[in-house]
Design a protein around this ligand. Structure first.
Ligand code: HEM
Length: 425
């Protein structure tokens, strides 16, 4: 692993001047590391693997999955790759190994299509639209907490962190929120089991069913428009901006993007707060700290650990030569703990500034739902710290998923707290 260390912050991606006509034979002549983000035990401690990668072979070749891939772990390199849509394509699945849930866009698109799709979706994710959704997010949160607050016990994931983001996403899309469970479950099962696991295979089939449902809903909006995202998509279709398949692929992306990720972020945040009594005290005493605290919680426990790209032309990343056609995996999770970018990277520092974490990605594909996710986290955490401030998670009952290779979250967090009154209607 005698890889030449790149100069932090100056590392850029250098490309050969011309695009190759056809992909050459892969070279893979760099340092090798048996990196596998779905490996047994990885969910319990990805951080030591990330540290080793950053320190010993920040750009390394892993033989796992299909034809193998480059794994990129330093902040500067991950950032440079993510900012370069021409050199690194998202046209194939960005999840490794591929989930086979079908094309979802804008995630699996390159410019100029990427620009067209984002331009279309942007108004639905802009601040004014999210501010309008906030009343609903609070109502969902109140309803879910009311359901258990008198008992003094709950599961913070299954009773709260799971339903609120799912209901919010359905409300945004224009689907019935009471069906949140049917929409969310296949997505969780697909994320939380390895490829080849029967649950994952069943989830893939079920997600195919959700696609069918989305097609039906889009057809219904063509007949009877409403004020929702689905109607926005069929209007764009009528104007010729997108076709029917693209409308479906965009709607499915918003569903998949919104459900699992925010649930994972909340579940990790609850556990961090539980394990850090001083942090809990500060957040209860100084609610204004919640905004920066959420950024820090998102940095240390990013729900999406990494996404892939396909190298489009010969290039050098962090000193390592790569060939067109090769796959590269950007580790947001490792970049977020890179000491070159974040002093004392493993510590949760509420007042860390600047805090340019890569949890929502960066560049042309930066998460469209970032403002929404932050609003959900702020509302849910505010209500939890206000209504069940002494929640105590029974750590023996905490259940991690089989794999955090797609989404890094927690499956169960049984908790007790001092019972309180219902406040909803
Ligand atoms: C804490 C919660 C979330 C995290 C950590 C997260 C993370 C990410 C990341 C890392 C990307 C970049 C993908 C890439 O570079 O290839 C992304 C893209 C995306 N996210 Fe999120 N996301 C979150 C919440 C949401 C929500 C709530 C929605 C919608 C309801 C959403 C919708 C999307 C969409 C549509 C894209 C595709 C953007 C594109 O490819 O141009 N996300 N997300």
């Amino acid at each position: 692993m005698n890889h030449p260390a790149p100069t932090p912050w100056k590392v850029a991606v250098t490309h050969e001047p011309t695009r190759r006509a056809a992909p050459p034979e892969p070279v893979h002549d760099g340092p090798r590391y048996p990196f596998d983000h779905h490996a047994e035990g990885f969910a319990h401690d990805p951080w030591s693997t990330y540290r080793e990668l950053r320190e010993r072979c920040p750009v390394a070749w892993s033989d796992r999955y299909d034809d193998g891939f480059w794994v990129v772990s330093r902040y500067a390199d991950v950032q440079a790759v993510a900012m370069d849509d021409a050199g690194f394509s998202s046209d194939r699945e960005v999840v490794l190994p591929a989930t086979r849930v079908g094309r979802i866009i804008p995630l699996n698109a390159d410019p100029p299509d990427l620009t067209r799709y984002r331009h279309l979706l942007n108004p639905w994710f802009a601040r004014p639209a999210i501010e309008r959704l906030e009343t609903e997010i609070l109502a969902f949160t109140t309803q879910r907490i009311d359901a258990f607050i008198e008992t003094g016990r709950c599961d913070l994931v299954t009773d709260l962190a799971n339903p609120v983001p799912a209901m919010t996403t359905l409300a945004l899309i224009g689907l019935p929120v009471e069906e949140w469970h049917a929409f969310a479950e296949p997505i969780h099962r697909s994320s939380y089991h390895r490829a080849g696991h029967p649950e994952r295979d069943a989830a893939t089939v079920a997600i195919g069913g959700l696609r069918g449902r989305m097609r039906d809903e889009l057809a219904a909006r063509r007949r009877a428009p409403r004020e929702d995202l689905l109607t926005g998509l069929v209007r764009a279709e009528a104007e010729g901006t997108i076709d029917a398949q693209e409308a479906e692929d965009l709607a499915v992306m918003v569903l998949i993007g919104g459900v699992d990720t925010t649930m994972a972020a909340l579940s990790s945040a609850f556990l961090r707060i539980q394990r850090d009594p001083a942090l809990r005290e500060r957040l209860i005493g100084e609610p204004a700290l919640l905004g920066p605290a959420i950024e820090e919680l998102l940095r240390v426990d990013p729900p999406v650990q990494g996404f892939a790209r396909t190298v489009t032309r010969g290039c050098v990343v962090g000193g390592q030569a790569m060939a067109a056609g090769e796959t590269l995996f950007m580790l947001w999770g490792a970049a977020n703990r890179d000491p070159e970018a974040f002093p004392d990277p493993d510590a949760v520092r509420v007042d860390r500034s600047p805090n340019r974490h890569l949890t929502f990605g960066i560049g042309g594909h930066r998460c469209l739902g970032a403002t929404l996710a932050r609003a959900e986290m702020r509302i849910v955490l505010t209500e939890v710290l206000r209504r069940l401030p002494d929640f105590a998670i029974d750590e023996a009952g905490v259940e991690l998923p089989d794999t955090i290779g797609i989404v890094n979250g927690i499956v169960r967090e049984p908790a007790t707290f001092t019972p309180g009154p219902r406040i909803g209607a």
